[in-house]
Design a protein around this ligand. Structure first.
Ligand SMILES: Cc1ncc(COP(=O)(O)O)c(C=O)c1O
Length: 493
């Protein structure tokens, strides 16, 4: 066993930090040289066993433990990684985040993280203005993740509409049932929010999507007109920017107008897509976001910083106080003239202890500038369009939609297989993905669209280039030919 003195020794820390740096340097180099599998063989029982074994018999070798953890990590920094909406973080952002971890700053209370809290406030000021709102009028708060930001925003919306809801609850209410409207393809956390907030998932009205897989606003109006007859009081509408399966952006201007016409709270789930506000090239896709009452924005997706780092914005600053209502005088005392209520985020967040999550984003923005972050976003979108072009021109793939950002769904479908059943076609894609996971040469995901299974990529690694996209399609062809009901010719791209 080590001693307390040794564990807290600055010298020990420096040695370990240097070793960690060396291990990560090798890890990043291997990722970039495609020197191994993108993800390790998925053997959960063995990993748990290895981890448990070390808990029982601790090792004195820091480097060995780091290497073990890295060896069995998913390599998001491998340019063949095109999986979920989780980016390979800018390594420097992770270093800045380490400041908060190593010093354990608690950003719910200004006193516990003076600079961490200030960095969050500064980012919120800048990003809120990017939404199109006026400095001084809006407010924002950091939360641990987009799910929590969406739930919090809808809780604020609920409390604004039903002033006694926080204290009285809804159990014995004989009035119209509170309801929320969103697109049929919105993220599952919106339905989860309805469960959590006592709205009930059955009171989530899911509006069908149009050909571009965006909320059909004509249909939304029709459903709103019907809602009262069904005993519903729709108080909020959630626009997706963008949806998770296909990266489709709802027409926020139309949804915003509809919210105004019907007196609804307009929330934008911009977990993935709000970051496109950074790019002069792509900002237009968020036209109308300024009409929102609240916006959820994950920095740990398209701003390339480590999870979790999310911001929830309210157009009207006073709404930021509506979600929660509790007394904790030992922490926050709004009547205290020396109080920091404006900076003590804890009154406005679900979390009590909260990490200083903003240091990573503040650090890379301050070091490299906003344009650098925009360039990462633009590269991801450009790559997605290259892939889309390749697939569209090929004779053995089918694309599900034109990409609106860096998410694309497609499937392997050579001419000979055009008549296979929908079920077999889905099963073929599933087998292809399973084999890719097994072989470890890259990583993609899948999703269901209209009941059929499609391959899905989020092209999110800025080091991905045309050669990796070509290799992915080549690999799918090779695997697809093996699993196809009959032998297949190879299409050329
Ligand atoms: C549109 C959308 N909303 C919300 C979320 C949930 O965000 P988080 O994973 O940060 O909780 C996601 C995650 O992928 C998403 O795509």
């Amino acid at each position: 066993m080590t001693t307390i003195k040794n564990a807290y020794s600055p010298g020990t820390f420096l040695v370990q930090a240097q070793q960690l740096g060396q291990c990560l340097e090798r890890y990043y180099a291997e990722c970039q040289s495609l020197g191994g599998r993108t993800l390790p063989t998925l053997d959960p029982d063995r990993y748990v066993e290895m981890a448990e074994e070390l808990l029982e018999r601790p090792k004195a070798d820091f480097r060995e433990l780091v290497e073990l953890a890295l060896k069995f990590s998913h390599r998001l920094h491998d340019p063949r990684y095109m999986g979920h909406q989780v980016p390979p973080t800018i390594p420097t952002a992770a270093l800045f985040d380490t400041i908060g971890k190593a010093t354990n700053q608690g950003a719910a209370v200004f006193e516990m993280a003076p600079f961490g809290t200030a960095a969050e406030k500064a980012l919120i000021q800048k990003m809120g203005q990017m939404i199109g709102w006026t400095k001084g009028k809006f407010a924002g708060i950091g939360t641990h993740g987009g799910t929590l930001a969406n739930v919090t925003a809808l809780l604020a919306a609920r409390n604004v509409r039903y002033q006694d809801g926080w204290k009285q609850g809804f159990a014995n209410s004989s009035k119209l049932k509170p309801a929320i409207m969103t697109s049929a393809e919105s993220h599952y956390c919106i339905a989860r929010a309805c469960g959590i907030l006592g709205i009930g998932t059955e009171q989530l009205i899911k509006v069908p999507v149009d050909k571009k897989r965006r909320m059909d606003t004509g249909e939304a109006r029709r459903l709103l007109d019907k809602a009262k007859d069904q005993g519903l009081d729709v108080f909020a509408i959630v626009g997706s920017a963008c949806t998770t399966p296909t990266g489709s952006f709802d027409n926020l201007r139309e949804v915003g107008q509809l919210a105004k016409d019907y007196g609804l709270w307009f929330h934008v789930d911009g977990a993935h897509g709000a970051s496109f506000l950074f790019s002069d090239k792509h900002r237009h896709i968020l036209d109308g976001i300024d009409l929102a009452d609240s916006v959820a924005w994950d920095a740990h997706k398209m701003l390339f910083v480590p999870a979790l780092c999310t911001y929830l914005f309210y157009k009207d600053a006073k709404h930021s106080w509506e979600a929660f209502s509790q007394d904790a005088p030992y922490l926050f005392d709004p009547s205290d003239p020396q109080g920091m209520a404006e900076f003590d985020g804890g009154l406005r967040t679900f979390e009590c202890t909260k990490g200083a999550m903003s240091l990573g984003l503040w650090g890379v923005w301050s070091l490299y500038g906003k344009e650098f972050i925009a360039s990462l976003i633009e590269k991801a979108v450009e790559n997605t369009h290259i892939l889309y072009e390749k697939i569209s021109k090929s004779n053995d793939f089918e694309v599900a939609h034109e990409p609106q950002c860096n998410i694309l769904c497609f499937r392997y479908l050579p001419a000979e297989q055009k008549n296979i059943s929908s079920q077999d076609l889905s099963s073929l894609q599933q087998k292809i993905r399973q084999q890719l996971l097994h072989d470890g040469e890259g990583y993609i995901t899948g999703t269901k669209l209209n009941g059929e299974y499609w391959l899905r990529v989020t092209v999110i690694n800025p080091l991905t280039d045309e050669s990796h996209l070509r290799a992915l399609l080549g690999k799918i062809r090779t695997v697809g030919a093996v699993f196809s009901p009959s032998s297949l010719p190879r299409g050329g791209i």
